[in-house]
Write a protein that binds this ligand. Structure first.
Ligand SMILES: *Cc1c(COP(=O)(O)O)cnc(C)c1O
Length: 452
């Protein structure tokens, strides 16, 4: 039998936290393995901190999202939102599952092409498409979602110059009952901008209007907002049909579905409150099915959901550096994971669990990262067992946005490992090194040497 570890006794005042209706949170149940591989071994082999992505989880989550829609609507297409996580191995899991690519910059566009996605299956969103980007997208027959009138006019000029008929949609923003409205992208529905842009496209005769797009927000906690949005897009599509006898091919509802994370300040855990894929699918598909599209001629429904498909597949493993007491006596644990790696710690109270069994003693703890910055707080208040220097832990549901918004700051970014569906670990991104960082720097001749 393994010798039990000594844990110092603790005198503890009565629980000061407000329990929710399920009692106090029990976040101290350990996460010892990820897809059958011990956390201890992963850290041993690849270092700490370490990002780990579960291929199995991605595929299962994708399948359940797909099922929620295909059981309700005849024509469904997912497009993977590159900015949510554009590690190529991750993108390719989605492409293997059948997802197209959804990109919001020239860089992401090139990445999708390099991953082997055909230009016809790349959806090009975003407010900053350069003329070169647009030329490339037109040549490759990609789906260009127009954000503003300047872009619309540029595309019309390019269509003339290139003697091609670009396939376009417009991005529409609208009041869905959730505020503030994300009205800085695309054309507004209520004030007539969207209808105006559609008329300009149709009257130019130079573009092929193939779809209508919206992306109403992110981490939307009201599924019905999507019903309202789908209804408004359907209304525009019917307007175009009636006026020009032109049928659009698809309605693209964007992304924004909530993942299972818990937003800061939420009363109940996200797993208990956030809408499910079924809730979102029901709202969107019933709006489309109940609209004036002819039965048997419904448009393709495209979904660009990002966060909800990848968050749970991502883990961030780390180790304790030290324990201290703050001036008010609170326990303060310093860990080797900083906010530079965990951008989403500004929005979420991430679930954090130790990587081995402890006794049931827990203490309210502030978790600090290793950066020399006061804002480097991973959790302001988390109930954790008495982890000591070297003890390992797992931060859950970090797959979305952290691997694209992470910063090289003070420390180097760590390795990323994917645990394949075969249960084996694969290194999918190397850790940074002094060489990889300085490779981009240039030294002017007169600064090359100095004497101290
Ligand atoms: C970011 C983004 C998405 C993905 O959003 P999630 O909130 O991660 O689902 C989809 N479409 C567009 C246009 C986006 O900008």
């Amino acid at each position: 039998m393994e010798k039990l570890r000594y844990e110092r006794p603790l005198i503890r005042k009565l629980e000061s936290d407000m329990p929710n209706k399920f009692g106090s949170r029990t976040e101290f149940l350990p996460k010892t393995h990820i897809d059958g591989i011990a956390v201890k071994d992963l850290i041993n082999d690849y270092g700490s901190p370490l990002f780990v992505i579960s291929e199995k989880n991605i595929r299962e989550t994708y399948q359940s999202a797909k099922k929620a829609f295909t059981t309700r609507y005849p024509k469904i297409q997912f497009a993977w939102s590159y900015k949510t996580n554009y590690l190529s191995a991750v993108c390719n899991v989605f492409h293997q599952e059948g997802s197209w690519a959804e990109v919001v910059s020239g860089f992401e566009y090139d990445k999708a092409l390099a991953n082997g996605v055909s230009g016809k299956k790349i959806i090009f969103n975003g407010p900053d498409k350069t003329e070169d980007d647009l030329r490339k997208a037109i040549t490759n027959d990609s789906l260009i979602h127009i954000d503003h009138l300047d872009e619309l006019y540029t595309i019309i000029e390019l269509a003339d110059e290139m003697k091609q008929k670009p396939r376009v949609a417009i991005r529409v923003n609208m009041d869905t009952g959730v505020y503030p409205i994300w009205d800085r992208f695309g054309f507004n529905y209520e004030n007539g901008q969207a209808w105006d842009a559609l008329n300009k496209i149709m009257r130019s005769g130079k573009l092929e209007l193939v779809g209508l797009h919206t992306h109403i927000g992110t981490f939307m906690l009201t599924a019905q907002a999507y019903g309202t949005a789908a209804y408004k897009l359907a209304d525009l599509a019917i307007g175009i049909r009636n006026r020009y006898n032109h049928k659009i091919k698809y309605i693209d509802m964007g992304g924004g579905f909530a993942s299972s994370n818990t937003l800061k300040g939420a009363y109940l855990p996200g797993t208990d409150t956030n809408p499910t894929f079924d809730d979102y699918a029901e709202a969107i598909t019933s709006a489309l099915i109940n609209s004036d599209f002819e039965p048997g001629n419904l448009p393709l429904l495209i979904l660009e959901t990002g966060r909800a498909l990848i968050d749970d597949a991502g883990y961030l493993l780390g180790s304790v550096i030290s324990n201290k007491r703050l001036s008010d006596g609170r326990r303060n644990t310093i860990v080797d994971v900083g906010v530079n790696l965990l951008f989403t710690s500004f929005w979420y109270d991430h679930k954090i669990t130790p990587a081995r069994e402890f006794t049931h003693y827990v203490e309210d703890t502030v978790l600090y990262g290793p950066l020399c910055m006061n804002i480097d707080v991973i959790r302001e208040n988390v109930s954790l067992p008495l982890m000591n220097k070297g003890d390992q832990f797992v931060i859950h549901s970090v797959g979305a946005y952290n691997l694209t918004q992470w910063m090289q700051f003070i420390t180097l970014r760590p390795k990323v490992v994917m645990i394949g569906s075969d249960g084996k670990p694969y290194l999918i991104r190397e850790s940074e090194s002094i060489e990889s960082i300085t490779a981009y720097e240039k030294m002017p001749e007169h600064l090359k040497s100095f004497k101290l």
